[in-house]
Every structure is written in structure tokens, then in C-alpha cells.
Design a protein around this ligand. Sequence first.
Ligand SMILES: *[C@@H]1O[C@H](CO)[C@@H](O)[C@H](O)[C@H]1NC(C)=O
Ligand SMILES: *[C@@H]1O[C@H](CO)[C@@H](O)[C@H](O)[C@H]1NC(C)=O
Ligand SMILES: *[C@@H]1O[C@H](CO)[C@@H](O)[C@H](O)[C@H]1NC(C)=O
Ligand SMILES: *[C@@H]1O[C@H](CO)[C@@H](O)[C@H](O)[C@H]1NC(C)=O
Ligand SMILES: CC(=O)N[C@H]1CO[C@H](CO)[C@@H](O)[C@@H]1O
Length: 570
Amino acid sequence: MDLFFLIVCVEWICQEERYTDGVKWRFLEHKGPVFAPPYEPIPGNVRFYYDGKQMKLSPEAEEVATFFAKMLDHEYTTKDIFRKNFFKDWRKEMTPEEKAKITDLSKCNFTEMSVYFKAQSEARKQMSKDEKLKIKEENERVLQEYGFCVMDNHKERIANFRIEPPGLFRGRGDHPKMGMLKRRIRPEDVIVNCSKDSKHPKPPPGTKWKEVRHDNKVTWLVSWNENIQGSIKYIMLNPSSRIKGEKDWQKYETARRLKKCVDRIRNQYREDWKSKEMRIRQRAVALYFIDKLALRAGNEKEEGETADTVGCCSLRVEHINLYPEKDGQEFVVEFDFLGKDSIRYYNKVPVEKRVYKNVQLFMENKQPEDDLFDRLNTSILNKHLQELMDGLTAKVFRTYNASITLQQQLKELTNPDENVPAKILSYNRANRAVAILCNHQRAPPKTFEKSMQTLQTKIDAKKDQLSDARRELKSAKADAKVRRDEKAVEAKKKAVERIEEQLMKLEVQATDREENKQIALGTSKLNYLDPRISVAWCKKWEIPVEKIYNKTQREKFAWAIDMADDDYEF
Ligand SMILES: *[C@@H]1O[C@H](CO)[C@@H](O)[C@H](O)[C@H]1NC(C)=O
Ligand SMILES: *[C@@H]1O[C@H](CO)[C@@H](O)[C@H](O)[C@H]1NC(C)=O
Ligand SMILES: *[C@@H]1O[C@H](CO)[C@@H](O)[C@H](O)[C@H]1NC(C)=O
Ligand SMILES: *[C@@H]1O[C@H](CO)[C@@H](O)[C@H](O)[C@H]1NC(C)=O
Ligand SMILES: CC(=O)N[C@H]1CO[C@H](CO)[C@@H](O)[C@@H]1O
């Protein structure tokens, strides 16, 4: 930790300036965003049919129709909410004549469009080396032109300088807005942030920016409003940049501070369960849930989001069931509600008797739709957290618990005598324990069965290969007795060992994939786990970091990779 702080200080001193009052930069110059390419109408021989009859769509309606056509093979397009949302938004793009005619989505035939796009993507795969190289060079050119900015004296990578193309919104889980039209972002939607004395980015010919601002208390370069959730989107620096690395590092340092005072906080909320004041009791029970279950506080709903999602403070009586005894455990609380991104949270946990009695009390004389914590809201809770520890939020508990759990699991699961693939399996298992804790589930990927089969075929082939090799070894041994040819035996033995190792690797991979079926590891890896724990683990067991972090992740965690020793303790 102190090393990083030192580096930061040295950088400040070298620049002979130390920013205060939230100032993030003095000079910022960039070229603005790269917009999605304009819509290219489909060829005339690709037809759309309504109610069995061919129909030529206006360009606006046609573009939106192609978004749907591109997803035709996906199960999304069979879901009622998706279809309803899509159709509603599509109709807004139609001419009055089209609107009058197209009234029923099930009468629309997008087959030819779908076939056309599939052929196109096939053609892209079949491109010659030269064509691929050309595209690569063009991408590189765009990256060089738009992918960097100058912030103070540093040239820094920009994370997402391309604005996402329009399309249909999917969302995670059963998102109520799935299928809605994510509209095209134009220069007129975009606010640009840069320093006054820099070369301002130019909007594409014939267009204007919505606004150009000069605010050095923020670190984004470009922003716009996104129409689905109504949230603001930003173009920011790459996670590997100085500013982002510092922020990431601070986040984990805050979680480590919590580690130091968590006992005090726990003792206090335990006391508060007995308080005479109802609001204090409710606050203390909510805090216990946040600590124990890594629940969110409950204010993370995006503006405009209508989904009935809740967090800890907004739990309702209907989300809770109480069992004095269940499955051999006492005082069980059952949670069942939709959390962030409409992901279902279901959990049955035994709690301390006093918590149980309190929840029972909070539920008394209430209707199912009443708030469980009627004397509590997110701002009260957050204020209380601030008082307990500077910088404390519900999220810090998550980060703390996720990181400490990873560290414990790694200690428990890593067997020093195992080989590298087995150790990596242990690492992934530790990671999964955390993802389950944070409720990061996913639907099994569509390709799951297929890829498992492919892997199984490989395993079967490897097994055959192994028995062949063993047979050869046996006969070589028999031969050796006669001819004293030890060399051939050694070679055959090596071959068997090599194949055994390959087989083991494949089997570990299959186990890993099977266990990973319904768990999304990415979110916790990226957001909740102190990367220094993983880096230290790699260094300690001499596992290449590339085995656990891909390129993007390595860039984001460059600060940790430089910094963590093999004995780092969270
Ligand atoms: C949709 O159109 C395609 C050809 O354009 C045709 O083969 C197919 O039968 C049509 N589907 C329906 C349900 O009418
Ligand atoms: C982390 O969360 C788990 C699961 O709820 C809980 O059992 C455990 O006590 C927590 N660990 C720490 C150290 O907070
Ligand atoms: C939370 O409750 C406090 C006190 O009852 C109230 O003043 C405040 O406006 C509430 N905040 C929100 C966001 O509802
Ligand atoms: C690395 O993994 C993340 C998931 O955590 C994924 O989103 C990203 O595309 C991957 N990047 C590369 C370069 O493979
Ligand atoms: C494009 C951009 O990030 N603009 C920001 C510049 O600074 C102002 C003031 O805080 C922000 O409100 C803008 O969003």
C-alpha cells in the first residue's frame, strides 16, 4: 500500500503541483468520440413481408426492423415483454401509413433479413487475410487518432471512445425494458469536456456538439443521455490510467479499513438490536443483513427504472418468510425478491434469535406490501454508515466480505502439492464461492451443452490415446527384457506421462466449466475482489498472472500486479 502511495506522491512532486479541492486535471485534450457508422439500407432483393405480402419499409422503420431480424434466432425474440416493448418502439419509427398497416408483430416475416445478415456475418468470417489485415489497420488508425488523450503531462488511453451503435436493449435477467429501442447517439446529444486551452474536438462535418464544457473536477471526456434507463453515459479513461488506478486502490484500502473496525461495528449493532427506539433497532437489523448477506442498501435504481427491484432498506413484508425451525436449523429467515438488474435473490439463512424476534416485530400488523423497515430509508442508513467509519457504504461491506472470503478460500483450497491446472481449479472455486455470495448468477450460456460435448469428445480421444501409449509401453518393457533396450522404454514412459498430464488438464477444464455453468465470475473479479490477493497468490505459487487475468483485466489491475508481494494480506 505504502509503495503505491509513494509513487503517487513522487508523481505529484515531480509535477510540482498537488491538486486540491477535487481538481482532477489542468490540461485535457482529446478528439471526441467515434460515432456508430450510419445505417446502410439492405439490398432491394431482401424483402420484408407483412401478413404474407411483400412490403417496402421506410428507411427509419427498416433500420429498427433489422435490429429485430438480427436477433431472430435468440430466445429473447420469443419473450412476451421483449416483443411488446420492441413493437411499441418500432411503431414510433413508422410512417403513418406503415403504422396503420402493421398492427400485429406475429404477422411480420423477417426471415429474408435474418438470412441476409447471417450470410453477411458468414462472409466476414470467410474474408481473405488481406481484407482482414486492412480492417485491422483501419481499427489501429482509429485507435491512434481517437483512443488517447492528453491529461496534464501524460498521454492516456481512453476506455470506450466508440459510442455504442443503436439496437434493441436486452438487460440482464428478465429486465422489464428488454426489447426497447436503444436509439442512435448523434453529436447533438453529446457534451464534450476538455480544457479551455486545448484543441477542442471537432464534431463531424455538418453537425454540432450539444455543449462544450471545461470542468476539471470530473474525469470524463464525453457524456450523453441514454434513453432506456435515462442514465448518463460517459467516456472515461482506461482503467490502467493513473486516475483510475488510484481510485481502484482507494476502494480496496477503504475495505481494508473496515476490516480493522468491523468488530466494533458489529458489537454496536448487536447492542442496538435491544434499543428502545424502533428506528435504531431497524437500522441495526438492516445493517446486520448488509454485513452478513452482502445485500445492497437499495437506492441503486436508475432514474426512470420502473422494475420492482429492491434492496435492503426497501424490503417489503412480502419478501420475507420466517420459520422458527426449518431443515434442522433454528430462526430461519427466507428472502425472496428481485434485486439489482431484476436478478432474483433467494436465500434461506439462520439468524441470531434477537434478529429473528426483531423481524417478527417489524412485520406485526402489516400488509404484505408494507415496508419491512418503515422507520428507515437509504439516506438514513448511509448517513449512519458514514458516522461509523469515514467512507463506509453498503458496497464496502460487499468488497470487504468478497475480498476476505477469497483470501480465506484460497488458503483453504490451495493444495501445495498439486500441479498448476489443479491449483487454477482451486482458484476458480474460491472465486465461485465469492460470486455465489454476491449473487452473481447467470443463465447457462446457450453454447454450454455444445462446448461440453466438444470437450468430452477431446477427453475420450485422449483416453484412447493413453491406453494405446500404455500398451506400447508394456510391450516395450517386454522387448527390453529380451533386447536390453532401456532407451525405448524411457521414451514410451515419457509419452505416457505426457498424455496423462494432458488428460488431467482436460478433465480439470471440464469440471471447471461444469461448476461455472450458472455463475458469472467476471463481476466480482472486476469489482469486489482486491486484485492484490490474486496477484499475491499467483506469485506465491508461481502461477502466471495470465492464467487468472486476461489482457483487459491485467491492464485494469496493472497497479496491483506491480505492487503486491507474495505475502500480501488483505
Ligand atoms: C417468410 O418468408 C419466407 C421467404 O421469404 C417464406 O419461405 C416463409 O414461409 C415465410 N414464413 C411465414 C411464416 O410466412
Ligand atoms: C461474509 O458473508 C458470509 C455469507 O453471508 C458470512 O457467512 C460471513 O460471516 C461473512 N464474512 C465476513 C468475514 O464478514
Ligand atoms: C428518509 O427519512 C428521513 C427521516 O424520516 C426524511 O427526512 C428523508 O426525506 C427521507 N429520505 C428519503 C430519500 O426518502
Ligand atoms: C476479459 O474478461 C472479461 C470478463 O471479465 C471480458 O468482458 C473481456 O472481454 C475479456 N477480455 C479479453 C481481451 O479477453
Ligand atoms: C462531457 C462531460 O463529461 N461533461 C461534464 C463536464 O463537467 C460538467 C460539470 O460537472 C459535467 O456536468 C459534465 O457532465
